[in-house]
Design a protein around this ligand. Sequence first.
Ligand SMILES: [Zn+2]
Length: 346
Amino acid sequence: MRTSLALGAALLSALAAACATGGGPGPSTERAPRRRSGGPRCLDFAGGDPGEKGWAKVDGLWVREADADAFRKGLVRCGDDLVPLDDADRIGKTPEDGYVLRTDHVLVRTDVAFRRAADLARTTEAHVVALLDSLGGPLDLRSPADPLPVVVAAHRRDFDALLARKVAEPSTWGAFYAAAEGTVYACDEPLGAGGLPVVADLRHETTHAVLDLGRPARQRDRMFDRPHFWAWEGIAMWAESLRDPPGHEAGAERLARFRRRAAWGDVVPLEEVFALPQRAFLGRHYDETAAFTRWLLAPEGGGRRDGFLRLLSRVMDGDAEAGDFERFVGWTPDEAERRWKASMGG
Ligand SMILES: [Zn+2]
């Protein structure tokens, strides 16, 4: 556990060693955050109250109480020193060994410039709380006992190296959630044409993390090969725009892509999407699932939020069967498709 809010990797190892002693506001991030089986849906703080451990909250971030005044004046701790933010930004870092930012429920490690990193940390924190508020009851979720680790790479090349190290199959994911370590990885440099903003990626992967770590694991691994895997991705894409005002949705590009595809008739029958396992779930299926889920859950759309969440629960337990859409949502796939297409004007 780093005891400093900020740690430059280029600092001498003696300084790094000094940072490794003493208590921080949460436990080590070497292991996945622990699940909780009871208690409130959302803890006030993951890992215990940082205030009781000598930390103070400034602008949503926990800093050592002794550093709080300096931090308010724009100085951040790097090893033994308090350094102006612009100077701290110039210290060489890697995504995993750079700034460490702690909010109530999230611990972000990043080499992104500090002010930007602070915004991303606060955005991710707000998303965790919004998710538990919105889905905690229906999905029986509890925030993990420990802070959720998030790594944000400033540059695509560093993210790609992380992806290659953490994921067995080569992939072009813009961001990912590594379930074995309960950690979200994202990148602040866009993935090129059609890529989503990092805020959408962070919300998407944090949704996977909170839904995974918020419940008993049961037979979760089975869901990747069973029917209705789409629901696991559908909820994460729905949450990319959670609580965004109309016209400013972080996931808007995905829906725009779907509309472009739909204009060409490039829409897969829902029954086919419902049967896809993860390995067959491609970009076009993501965009279609995003658009369908958004419609299905909206009160002014399909209005089937409760049924969808019951289906999703079953998917996450690893028990989903082909007929479960009709069973929980109340429509056959054909009927859902007919209604959805009618809402799009045919
Ligand atoms: Zn996903």
